[in-house]
Design a binder for this molecule. Structure first.
Ligand code: AMP
Ligand code: ZN
Length: 471
C-alpha cells in the first residue's frame, strides 16, 4: 500500500515516506486563543486529526506538535481593554479549545507548546538571523529581510517580481497581497509590561511576532526538518512562507518535506468563516441548536475532501447526523447472533470494500470516497441481515470494516454505548428517587447530568436524554 499526499511545495500528490524509518514528525498550526474557535478552525483541526489517524493506520508512529498562540495583536488589545494580563485573558479560551477537541474525539497531539513559554527559543533564533544578516533592527523592532532569502515565495508559487522588499509590516495579520519584510520582534509599547506581554532580549524589550513562534517551537520539539507541516490554506501565505524563510535561513536546512493545506469552511452565505468578520459559529452554538458533536465531526471530515471548500448548512449537518445513526445502528446489529452460514458472496464483497476504502484514504485522504463505498455496502449488508444470510465469515469481515472506518471517522457505537449505559443508569436512579419522593436526590442527578452536557426530557415513552452545551 502506497500513501500519497498532496504536497503544496510540488503541487502534486507525492508518495509519502518519513525521513526516519516508521516515525513521522508532524507540526500543525494551532489556535490563536483570543476567542472561541469557530467551526472553520475546527475543520482545520479535524483535518490534522484525520491525517494523524491515517498515518497511524499506515503503520507509523507519529510525533505531532500543535502550537497554542497565546500572544498576538488581538490578544494584547483584548487584555488591555479588559484590564487583565494576557495569561488570564487567554486561559478560558485555551480551556475551551481542549474541551472542543475532546467533544469532537480528536486524538491529542504529543505536545501543545504555548508561545509565551518559548520566548527564549524565539530570541535565540532571531539572534541567529541577525548574526547572519537575514534580519535587521529598525526603530527597536526586528524585521526579517526578505531580499536575503532567494527562495521566498516558492511554497505559494509567488511571483518574486511582485515582491516589495524593504517595506515593513508590523501587524500579525496583514493584507495577503502585501509582501514585505515582516516583524520578528516588536518593541514594547507602554502598558505591555503590565499585562505580561514584554520580555527582555539583547535587541531590546519587546515581544515576538506571530510567525517566529512556529519556527522556534517546531525546532525545539521536532528538530530542523519536519516530515509534514500542515495548516489551513489561508496560512500558506504569508505565514508558512515566513516560517520557511526564518527556519531555513537560521538552520540552513529544509523546514518541511511535505506541506499540506486544508480548504476553508464557508458559512451559509458562501463566505469564508472568520472571527474578525464577525458572523461565526462555534461548536457550542451548534450543540445548543441540538446537533450531536459526532454529526458535526463527520460533517467536517467527510462531507467534502479536505482540499475542497465546504459550506455549513443545516441540511448537511442533518445528513451527517443520519450517517452517524446508520453507522451506529449497523454496528449494533452486528453484535447480534449471526446466521448459521453465509448466503451469497457477501464476505468477499466486504473484503473488496475494505480494500477500496483503504485505497481511497491512501489517495490523499479521500474519506468521502471511502465512506461512499461503505454506505453502498451497508445497504446490501442490512438486507442480508434482514434475510438471515450473514454467517460468521461475513460478520467477521464486517466487524473489521467497521473498525477500519472507526479508525478515521470514530463515530460508531463503542464509546457511546458506555456513555449511554452510564446515563441510563443515572436516569433509573433518578426515577427511583422520584418514586421515593426524594426530590432533592432526583434534582441532584439531573444537575450532575446537566454539568456533563446531558439534558433530560420527560416524554410519553419515559425519560429521554440528549446532548446540550455544557454550562
Ligand atoms: P487561527 O486560530 O486563526 O490561528 O486559525 C487556526 C486554524 O484555522 C488555521 O489552520 C487556519 O488556517 C484555520 N482556519 C481559519 N479560518 C478557517 C475557515 N473558515 N475554514 C477552515 N479553516 C480555517
Ligand atoms: Zn504556524
Amino acid at each position: 500500500m502506497t500513501l500519497r499526499l498532496h504536497n503544496s511545495l510540488t503541487g502534486t500528490k507525492d508518495v509519502f515516506e518519513p525521513l526516519e524509518d516508521s516515525h513521522v514528525r508532524m507540526y500543525t498550526c494551532g489556535p490563536t486563543v483570543w476567542n472561541f474557535a469557530h467551526i472553520g478552525n475546527l475543520r482545520a483541526f479535524l483535518f490534522y486529526d484525520l491525517l494523524r489517524r491515517h498515518l497511524q493506520v499506515a503503520g507509523y508512529r507519529v510525533t505531532h506538535v500543535m502550537n497554542i498562540t497565546d500572544i498576538d495583536d488581538r490578544i494584547l488589545d483584548q487584555a488591555m481593554h479588559a484590564g487583565t494580563t494576557i495569561a488570564e485573558y487567554t486561559k478560558p479560551y485555551a480551556e475551551a479549545f481542549f474541551e472542543d477537541m475532546k467533544m469532537l474525539r480528536v486524538r491529542p497531539a504529543e505536545h501543545y507548546p504555548r508561545a509565551t513559554e518559548h520566548i527564549q527559543e524565539m530570541i535565540r533564533m532571531i539572534s541567529t538571523l541577525l548574526e547572519r544578516g537575514n534580519a535587521y533592527v529598525a526603530d527597536g523592532d526586528v524585521y526579517f529581510r526578505i531580499a536575503s532569502f532567494p527562495h521566498y515565495g516558492e511554497l505559494s508559487h509567488l511571483d518574486r517580481e511582485g515582491l516589495r522588499a524593504g517595506a515593513r509590516v508590523a501587524a500579525d495579520k496583514y493584507d495577503k497581497e502585501s509582501v514585505s519584510d515582516f516583524a520578528l520582534w516588536k518593541k514594547a509599547q507602554p502598558g505591555d509590561e503590565k499585562i505580561g506581554a514584554a520580555w527582555d532580549a539583547p535587541f531590546g524589550k519587546g515581544r515576538p511576532g506571530w510567525h517566529i513562534e512556529c519556527s522556534a517551537m517546531s525546532k525545539r520539539y521536532l528538530g530542523d526538518t519536519l516530515d509534514i507541516h500542515a495548516g489551513g490554506v489561508d496560512l500558506m501565505f504569508p505565514h508558512h512562507e515566513n516560517e520557511i524563510a526564518q527556519s531555513e535561513a537560521a538552520n540552513q536546512r529544509q523546514l518541511s518535506r511535505f506541506w499540506l493545506h486544508s480548504e476553508h469552511l464557508a458559512d451559509a452565505t458562501g463566505e469564508k468563516m472568520s472571527k474578525s468578520a464577525g458572523g461565526f459559529t462555534t461548536l457550542r452554538d451548534l450543540i445548543a441548536a441540538g446537533h450531536d458533536p459526532l454529526a458535526i465531526r463527520l460533517f467536517l471530515i467527510a462531507n467534502a475532501h479536505y482540499r475542497s471548500r465546504l459550506r455549513l448548512s443545516e441540511e448537511s449537518l442533518h445528513a451527517a447526523g443520519e450517517q452517524v445513526r446508520r453507522l451506529q445502528d449497523f454496528a449494533r446489529r452486528l453484535k447480534l447472533p449471526v446466521a448459521p452460514k453465509d448466503g451469497g458472496r457477501l464476505a468477499e464483497r466486504v473484503a473488496e470494500v475494505r480494500h477500496a476504502y483503504r485505497e481511497a484514504l491512501d489517495d490523499d485522504l479521500n474519506l468521502p470516497q471511502g465512506l461512499g463505498h461503505v454506505f453502498e455496502l451497508l445497504r446490501e449488508a442490512n438486507a442480508a441481515l434482514d434475510s438471515g444470510e450473514v454467517g460468521e465469515a461475513a460478520a467477521r469481515e464486517l466487524l473489521l470494516l467497521m473498525a477500519d472506518v472507526d479508525a478515521h471517522a470514530d463515530v460508531s457505537a463503542a464509546q457511546d454505548t458506555t456513555l449511554a449505559a452510564e446515563v441510563e443508569q443515572l436516569i433509573a436512579q433518578r426515577e427511583a428517587a422520584r418514586k421515593a419522593r426524594d426530590f432533592a436526590a432526583a434534582d441532584r442527578i439531573r444537575d450532575e447530568l446537566r454539568d456533563r452536557g446531558i439534558a433530560l426530557e420527560d416524554s410519553k415513552e419515559g425519560v429521554r436524554w440528549r446532548r446540550v452545551a455544557k454550562v
